[in-house]
Write a protein that binds this ligand. Structure first.
Ligand SMILES: Nc1ccn([C@@H]2O[C@H](COP(=O)(O)OP(=O)(O)OP(=O)(O)O)[C@@H](O)[C@H]2O)c(=O)n1
Ligand SMILES: C[C@](O)(CO)[C@H](O)COP(=O)(O)O
Length: 237
């Protein structure tokens, strides 16, 4: 199942506090965004990449694209104030019936699940990766616990999220019309009472958000090179 992917990479990286867009932080000498793009460049089912960038960083992105000879990038769209706006700006350039939306800050996505996602989106309309929450989650206000949320049905949602293009475009348009701001794209489908299928992802598919995540990222890369031998394939989800 062919798909295009919109990759939002136009954030500020405030929580990373790196003094630059975290997409350009290097892991094993390669920028985070280049690790992410490599996955989709190598997937024959991915027919095009729409990269959403800060216009002020266009030259830096162009240099990176040339350095790694990325050939599938069909458009570099301008980002918005919020992730949702950036994604919508990118979606307007998509044309394949199935579209993925994947954070540029999640470089550890792996192939096998991509085809499952695309098939689920084609069959059900919308699908997302997620993993069961491992910590106890509490609702807290002013430093006090309001409630402990029942954990058995809590999942931490990841990207890629996959959709029928027509449906996610409508969902973004409706959210914009009603000034609804979601933290992921699947929530825009949910608010229209449409179903979102969940596919179990990997705990390694983390979003590089705070500096500690870089330590984990370096370890994942070392493990993939065989320099660390903890077998993460044994995760029992
Ligand atoms: N206005 C925005 C905000 C975020 N993103 C992208 O959406 C992904 C997930 O967002 P997040 O991890 O929150 O990135 P930042 O917004 O950069 O991080 P922070 O909130 O710490 O500033 C990232 O690849 C980020 O570049 C984007 O394209 N446009
Ligand atoms: C889309 C997402 O990665 C799903 O977990 C997450 O909601 C993005 O949140 P962020 O604050 O924009 O990084």
């Amino acid at each position: 199942m062919n798909y295009e992917v919109v990759i939002p990479a136009a954030g500020q990286g405030k929580r990373m506090n790196a003094g630059k867009n975290k997409q350009f932080i290097e892991l094993e000498g390669k920028p985070v965004i280049a690790h992410t793009l490599t996955v989709f460049e190598a997937d024959p089912s991915c027919t095009g990449i729409i990269l959403v960038i800060n216009e002020a960083e266009r030259d830096e992105f162009m240099d990176m694209i040339e350095r790694y000879s990325f050939s599938k990038i069909k458009k570099m769209a301008g980002g918005g104030a919020e992730r949702q706006e950036s994604v919508y700006n990118g979606l307007k350039h998509a044309s394949e019936p199935i579209v993925f939306i994947h954070d540029g800050a999640r470089p550890f996505i792996e192939y096998p699940v991509l085809q499952e996602l695309a098939a689920a989106a084609e069959r059900e309309g919308a699908a997302t990766l997620a993993v069961p929450v491992k910590d106890t989650i509490k609702r807290v206000e002013k430093g006090e616990v309001l409630e402990t949320v029942e954990r058995s049905s809590l999942w931490a949602v990841q990207t890629p999220q996959a959709f029928r293009l027509s449906e996610i475009l409508h969902a973004h348009k409706d959210a914009e019309l009603h000034h609804y701001q979601g933290t992921d794209d699947a929530s825009l489908i949910e608010r229209l009472q449409q179903k979102v299928h969940v596919i179990t992802g990997s705990y390694a598919n983390l979003k590089l958000t705070t500096p500690e995540d870089l330590l984990i990222a370096e370890a994942i890369l070392k493990q993939r090179k065989g320099e660390i031998n903890h077998d993460t394939n044994r995760t029992g989800i």
